[in-house]
Design a protein around this ligand. Structure first.
Ligand SMILES: NC(=O)CCC(=O)C(=O)O
Length: 262
């Protein structure tokens, strides 16, 4: 069991300008550390934004600079860093990849978005990940997924059934579907009886206005903290003992009828 203070860094992303975003994020991390968090969370594609037409050009080989940047800051601040996602260029194309680092700056997760969101043209510019997003923090099973992934309950269930007690969701979720963002995050928490930490971006890009409304939701589906629309550091204390309590109270995982689910 673990008790953690989690802070989501909800902020605007400067379109197609990784250097400017590194500077902005470094500054926000410094500010967030004043609150003494154990875990920091960044949003989806925070280095490049959805500059998909230039993505192949501005993505880094193996997301190397982003990895070095996140590892350095996790170590410097002695904080677990769920580093949002970054465009990772490989021989097979560009992936939208979540990266996470522990307090020592060791990489603990590298998960590429499995479900590509056609409405924002991801399928034209990105490759689909094939692996799950499980990882451990301080010996606790957790998982990280990316934005549109939360529309696939069977994908999230796979992680919860493997023991994840906290689900981190990094996102660039548009304001026009804010009601879906809120309902889907709450539903994933209720059905999987796990903590859900959704870190969305704020601001706009040439094609979208983003919702903000990062959320921290407990395993009963209650919203413990929710941000507004603009830049914000959203924090809450979480206790993973509540996952076991929720699962003990209504034994959903025991009552599953997997033999019927075909
Ligand atoms: N960046 C995304 O995956 C957006 C997903 C989204 O907006 C949705 O409605 O789903």
């Amino acid at each position: 069991m673990a008790k953690w203070k989690i802070t989501c860094i909800q902020q605007d992303v400067i379109f197609g300008d990784p250097e400017a975003n590194y500077k902005a994020v470094e500054k926000q991390i410094e500010k967030a550390m004043e609150g003494g968090p154990d875990i920091l969370v960044l949003p989806e594609l925070w280095t490049t934004g959805y500059d998909l037409k230039r993505l192949n050009e501005i993505a880094e080989d193996d997301a190397a600079e982003t990895k070095a940047f996140l590892a350095k800051l996790a170590r410097k601040h002695n904080v677990h860093l769920i580093g949002g996602s970054a465009a990772k260029r490989t021989e097979d194309g560009v992936f939208n990849t979540l990266l996470a680092y522990d307090r020592e700056g060791q990489q603990i997760a590298e998960y590429s978005k499995a479900h590509l969101f056609q409405l924002m043209d991801e399928h034209l510019h990105l490759q689909m990940g094939k692996e799950t997003g499980d990882f451990e923090l301080d010996g606790i099973k957790t998982a990280g997924v990316i934005c549109y992934d939360i529309r696939f309950p069977e994908w999230i269930r796979l992680h919860a059934a493997a023991g994840a007690e906290v689900l981190f969701v990094v996102a660039q979720w548009p304001a026009e579907r804010l009601s879906h963002w809120r309902a889907l995050l709450m539903a994933r928490a209720i059905e999987n009886q796990c903590w859900v930490v959704g870190c969305n971006r704020s601001g706009t890009d040439p094609d979208h206005e983003f919702a903000g409304n990062s959320m921290i939701i407990n395993p009963l589906g209650d919203i413990v903290a929710e941000a507004g629309k603009d830049d914000e550091l959203l924090s809450a204390e979480i206790d993973t003992a509540e996952t076991g309590e929720a699962r003990g109270h209504i034994p959903v995982f025991e009552d599953r009828r997997t033999e019927l689910y075909r």
